[in-house]
Write a protein that binds this ligand. Sequence first.
Ligand code: FAD
Length: 334
Amino acid sequence: MEAKTKDLWVYIETKEDGSAKSVGLELLNPGRDLADKQGGALTAIVIGEHVEEAVRAASFYGADKVIAVDGPEFKNYTTDAYTAALYYLIEKYGPTTLLIGATPDGRDMGPRLSCRLKTGLTADCTALDIDTESGNVAWTRPAFGGNLMATIICPDFRPQIGTVRPGVFKKKPSGEDKAEVHYEDFHVAEEDIHTRLLEVIRDAAEEIVNLEDADIIVSGGRGVGGPEGFKPVKALADVLGATVGSSRAAVDAGWISHAHQVGQTGKTVAPKLYIACGISGAIQHLAGMSGSDCIVAINKDPDAPIFDVADYGIVGDLFEVLPALTEEIKKLKS
Ligand SMILES: Cc1cc2nc3c(=O)[nH]c(=O)nc-3n(C[C@H](O)[C@H](O)[C@H](O)COP(=O)(O)OP(=O)(O)OC[C@H]3O[C@@H](n4cnc5c(N)ncnc54)[C@H](O)[C@@H]3O)c2cc1C
């Protein structure tokens, strides 16, 4: 397909109540930069039911234009309905680039859409840039188990599509709410949707562990020694109002659920403060937390690689350091 405009689209995933999920709003931040470099409009695409709040949020987080598709058939995500809507919009308006959050639904929809459009999709990107002359986005993503970063371009087909992991970019409010909003009258017939959502069974752990939005995370690794070892981690998290994270080693050992895992095969986080306790700092763990504003590492090995990325390092036994820190913070708070 030929691009009809230089516009860059960001897909804003919505929740059941029609509000925006964080990831789409995060993507408006790099989207702004790419659109400016390319000279096109930053356009947010909102699909769902009762999406007024998501439309407002997209405008507030910097979109120049918002195109919304609203209808009862879009209340819950289905591959058929959402792919049909986006395909219709892309055919009609011809954007040059589309960014999608690498959520379970985004990972389902992106490949289906790229296949239907006969274009390329780069999955799970962690950095984005653009060649202003050709308009090719440079999509960077981990390859070979995270041991190297590959930069991929899609020079021959448009739109170029990429999914980006939640938490990689930070939401950046524009301070204004002046997007040009257009509601597209598009609907999908019931018989064209081949799947039905029968029931939503929420995973209790997934519900509670909201690592992506946490301002402070205290994470434990293999160094905590067992499930009991998460107690001092949790105690510090409680006094700080923090969320508990973990390395994959602790998850694989069955000490804590996968919902807590930070890293390449866990969640990507960017809190204001990340405290790594008994975590060595393997590249796959760093891939998920190195965007944190301030990193504190507690490790008894002074040569642990985590100290290379830490702003503050404490060389010591976490079972001595954590209770002492927790006590001091309690004192300060009282
Ligand atoms: C494809 C792939 C994907 C992966 N994805 C992820 C991922 O998403 N997230 C992730 O975390 N890993 C991931 N890994 C695993 C990663 O390579 C590491 O094995 C893992 O991060 C190690 O976890 P750890 O730091 O807790 O354990 P270790 O590397 O064993 O480190 C434990 C640390 O604890 C310290 N320690 C021990 N006792 C104490 C104590 N009492 N006090 C203070 N410090 C102590 C030690 O000095 C050591 O540095 C992945 C690997 C692969 C191949």
